[in-house]
Design a binder for this molecule. Structure first.
Ligand SMILES: NC(=O)c1ccc[n+]([C@@H]2O[C@H](COP(=O)([O-])OP(=O)(O)OC[C@H]3O[C@@H](n4cnc5c(N)ncnc54)[C@H](O)[C@@H]3O)[C@@H](O)[C@H]2O)c1
Length: 355
């Protein structure tokens, strides 16, 4: 490994662009190649973001053959992460995949096993963990400031027009999206919930497409759940709630309540600390427009959060550690989402998450 990780991006669409934009700015990284089955798109993305004029490929295997690459960033449709990851890891490359890591657990397991077998690292992008308000809430849970937890909820009340599903052929399909509002948009909320509030034991869910009749999958999902710790929870994921509201996370227990929504909306404990006031002032919620509007615009992706997540992964690897969002950790949200789908198919029947 050189001083800087040599990184290549496969898939330069909506979120792949964010990797192209962010990588040249990370001190420990270098963009060395890009690949897209539509190389014209890759070319215009490089130009649009003033990225270095790196080689462009339309086939990732050729790119792996020809370029010296340390890390492959995968930003293709969700059901197309697996093959690219496996092939890259077999050739000794580390892999960073966009969320969800994959859409089926057996395929995720194969990715994790392949990383171990070939002595390379695997990580996933879950950039909302790097929102300061979410990290502050997580810290408070770890310090036991809420006391006994009662309930936690993670909400994605978003809106996507028909065009969002029509402009590419994979969104809203079981084969390539792995689901709808839950596997695609809501997986961030699911990850936050299990990361902050602890392992989920059982889910009971309803899901359907309410306003997007042409998609195979759900545009709205509502789930009640029980955590391993005995507290309860709620997950909402939707792309059918016009005009779209910001994602929100809430948690409460015997000694406190915290809410994040475009900032730290509530952070109140029975035993307040002086530092709480400073935190609340610094992370005061900004209005939804200023916050970027992912609730109604799929292209509103924060490069700062992606940058922080990618930096954290690459720093951990340089120090020989697993990243916080490593393969095993990223698998947890997928297991929960798949249990939600099973429960929804059974009209809300409770489904246990295997430990
Ligand atoms: N972290 C986030 O907030 C975030 C946001 C949006 C999307 N995503 C995830 O990123 C992935 C991509 O989503 P998107 O909205 O950017 O999709 P997109 O359709 O906008 O872009 C996908 C790109 O991959 C290319 N592609 C497809 N198959 C390929 C292959 N085999 N080799 C090379 N290129 C290939 C397509 O031509 C396209 O340019 C999905 O898994 C999605 O869930 C994450």
């Amino acid at each position: 490994m050189a001083d800087r990780w040599k990184c290549a991006v496969v898939g330069t669409g909506t979120v792949g662009q964010t990797h192209v934009r962010v990588l040249p700015k990370l001190p420990g990284a270098q963009l060395v190649a890009v690949c897209d089955v539509r190389p014209d798109r890759a070319k215009s993305v490089l130009e649009k973001h003033n990225a270095p004029p790196v080689p462009i490929y339309d086939d990732y295997k050729t790119m792996l053959d020809k370029e010296r690459i340390d890390v492959v960033h995968i930003a293709t449709p969700s059901g197309a992460h697996h093959d690219i990851a496996i092939e890259s890891m077999k050739r000794g490359k580390h892999v960073i995949s966009e969320k969800p890591l994959e859409i089926q657990l057996d395929r995720v397991d194969r990715m994790i096993e392949t990383a171990a077998k070939h002595n390379v690292k695997l990580a996933c992008v879950f950039q909302n963990r790097w929102k300061e308000e979410n990290r502050a809430i997580k810290r408070a849970v770890d310090e036991g400031r809420f006391g006994k937890l009662s309930w936690a909820g993670s909400f994605t009340p978003w809106y996507r027009p028909d065009k969002y599903y029509e402009e590419v052929d994979w969104r809203g399909t079981w084969q390539w999206d792995g689901g709808g509002a839950t596997m695609n948009q809501g997986v961030h909320a699911v990850d936050l919930l299990q990361w902050i509030a602890g392992p989920v034991k059982r889910v009971s869910a309803y899901a359907a497409s309410r306003i997007h009749p042409k998609i195979e999958t759900e545009d709205t999902m509502s789930c009640s759940l029980e955590f391993a710790g005995g507290h309860f929870g709620t997950i909402l994921a939707s792309t059918a709630m016009f005009p779209g509201m910001p994602a929100r996370f809430e948690i409460a227990g015997e000694n406190g309540t915290a809410i994040s929504e475009n900032g730290l909306k509530m952070y109140k404990f029975r035993e307040a600390r002086d530092s709480d006031a400073e935190l609340i002032a610094r992370l005061a919620p900004v209005d939804a427009k200023a916050a970027g509007g992912a609730q109604s615009n799929n292209a509103a992706i924060s490069s700062d959060l992606h940058g922080n997540n990618l930096s954290d992964i690459l720093c951990a690897w340089r120090e020989g550690r697993e990243a916080e969002t490593n393969g095993v950790e990223a698998r947890k949200a997928i297991a929960i989402v798949l249990a939600i789908y099973e429960s929804a198919r059974k009209r809300g029947e409770p489904v246990d998450i295997p430990a």
